[in-house]
Design a protein around this ligand. Structure first.
Ligand code: ATP
Ligand code: MG
Ligand code: MG
Ligand code: MG
Length: 470
């Protein structure tokens, strides 16, 4: 059985053997891209190469890219711990063609890797194509010998890939595996597609357009290829398990959590072990790439992730800072592939320890308030927005931490009232300021704050503001 580290290497070796330049992962904070909060796909570092604005000395490439999906167009934060296939941090394996090969070669290379090198069972595989993409459908018939029933035409945005609201984009074709009828779920496009039975693991994007602004799409100079395969998902498939959390890497991390807390990953507690293992990776990789916990922007996403993990550590009975003690295990598992983890180990450890030590002081008190205030509530009911705001304002509970805590009981939060309380507080702050006699300066300060408000309150406007940093 191949471990995660070998599978990553096997992917890169295969594409190197087929003429691709192996390029290092870019940082999680995208360079020169204020529209994107975190790198969320392999193509991000090549965005300007696709549009022709930047030239590279190669026309095909392969990467294992660090990705975070905890905000913006692709946000998986609320899935983590509850689905078998989503992480906030994951590695995307990808091959790219910048005006070199297009659909046919991309499908040939993908099919060759998964059926010859990785030896996946052909009869369990199926694909989707964008509904009007006859060319891709015919290529799958020719190359994989698929019948029409294995080529599912999808008319929705699921098969039209976009990094964000602007940037290179195009129709895509995704590869799924049927993991058997012991698991609930239906094929893509069916009402049960969110089940675990049919697992999407590789997306081949046929890059043809650039979205300049909403409603305005132009052709790319040359049709190109961008693919993304989740390393954790292909590893689960190759290791014969149906959850990413049962792969060798995650098992090691989860065992470390169990060892540190004395709590075995069983029953309802399992979700906590998973969340901690997932959020540990995200926190460590973000700090290694220069993000520090703060009250706004990227730093606030990091803080939210760290604090969520800490609440789960508390659920497992941890009474002292825990996360920082898990850093060495992660560095041991992933430091060879990502030496930045080794270089930043001391900084990561200190950052986690400090944030945990500070938050511990209010976590327990806040949790008991949450407990009291939600005691009488049942499934489908909401915690009052005022309580959620007090928890936020006085106890440092990000809104999503409160939501995450109530989720298992089917209880929500009155977010309108929460936002109203937030707004009232801002107005009170403004009123207090205007009494200070420095009107001119204050007006400027408040208007700046208001314009950039989206940055500070990333967590609350879950639809639109999250991905945009500026
Ligand atoms: P899903 O439908 O499962 O949420 P997606 O369609 O959003 O996945 P893509 O944007 O197509 O994912 O990304 C390409 C590949 O990256 C996916 O096929 C999957 O293997 C992997 N991937 C995407 N999101 C995650 C995640 N949150 N955690 C782990 N792997 C992921
Ligand atoms: Mg998704
Ligand atoms: Mg999908
Ligand atoms: Mg997809």
């Amino acid at each position: 059985m191949s471990g995660v580290n070998e599978i990553r290497s096997a992917f890169l070796d295969y594409f190197a053997k087929n003429g691709h330049e192996v390029v290092a992962s870019s940082p999680l904070v995208p360079r020169n891209d204020p529209t994107l909060m975190f790198t969320n796909a392999g193509m991000v570092q090549f965005k300007n190469v696709f549009t022709g604005a930047e030239k590279r000395p190669y026309s095909t490439a392969a990467t294992a890219q660090k990705c975070v999906r905890a905000g913006g167009k692709h946000n998986d934060l609320d899935n983590v711990g509850y689905t078998a296939r989503h992480h906030t941090f994951f590695e995307m394996l990808g091959n790219f063609s910048f005006g070199d090969y297009f659909k046919e070669r991309a499908i040939e290379l993908a099919w060759g890797l998964i059926t010859k090198e990785f030896d996946l069972p052909k009869d369990k595989l199926l694909v989707t194509v964008y509904h009007d993409d006859d060319e891709a459908a015919n290529l799958w018939k020719k190359i994989a010998g698929f019948s029409d029933s294995k080529i599912i035409r999808i008319p929705t945005s699921d098969n039209f890939w976009q990094m964000g609201d602007t940037g290179p984009c195009g129709p895509c074709s995704e590869i799924f595996i049927d993991q058997g009828d012991k698991l609930w779920g239906g094929p893509p496009g069916s009402p049960e597609e969110d089940g675990d039975r049919f697992l999407e693991f590789w997306n081949l994007v046929f890059m043809q357009y650039e979205q300049i602004e909403p409603g305005n799409r132009i052709g790319l100079p040359k049709p190109s290829i961008d693919t993304g395969m989740g390393l954790e998902r292909i590893s689960a498939i190759m290791q014969g398990v149906t959850s990413n959390y049962d792969t060798d890497l995650f098992r090691t991390l989860i065992e470390a959590v169990a060892h540190a807390t004395g709590m075995a990953p069983e029953g309802e507690r399992k979700a906590s072990h998973r969340v901690i293992a997932d959020h540990l990776r995200t926190s460590c990789f973000l700090v290694a790439d220069g993000v520090l916990p703060s009250n706004e922007g990227r730093g606030y996403v990091l803080r939210r992730i760290m604090r969520r993990a800490m609440r789960h550590a508390q659920l497992l009975g941890a009474r002292d800072p825990l996360m920082y003690r898990l850093v060495p295990v992660l560095v041991r598992e992933m430091g060879q592939a990502y030496p930045e983890l080794i270089r930043a180990e001391a900084l990561i450890t200190e950052t986690l320890k400090l944030e945990e030590t500070r938050f511990r002081k209010t976590l327990e008190r806040g949790l008991s308030i949450l407990d009291e205030e939600s005691r009488g509530l049942g499934k489908g009911q909401n915690l009052s927005g005022e309580t959620a705001f007090t928890l936020y304002d006085t106890y440092g509970f990000p809104l999503d931490l409160t939501q995450d805590a109530l989720k298992p009981r089917g209880i929500g939060v009155d977010t309108d009232a929460f936002n109203a309380a937030m707004q009232r507080q801002r107005e009170m702050a403004r009123a207090a300021w205007s009494g200070s006699g420095e009107a001119a300066t204050e007006t400027v300060w408040f208007s700046v704050k208001e314009r950039t408000g989206a940055t500070e309150f990333l967590g609350y406007d879950t639809e639109s503001a999250e991905g945009i940093v500026l």
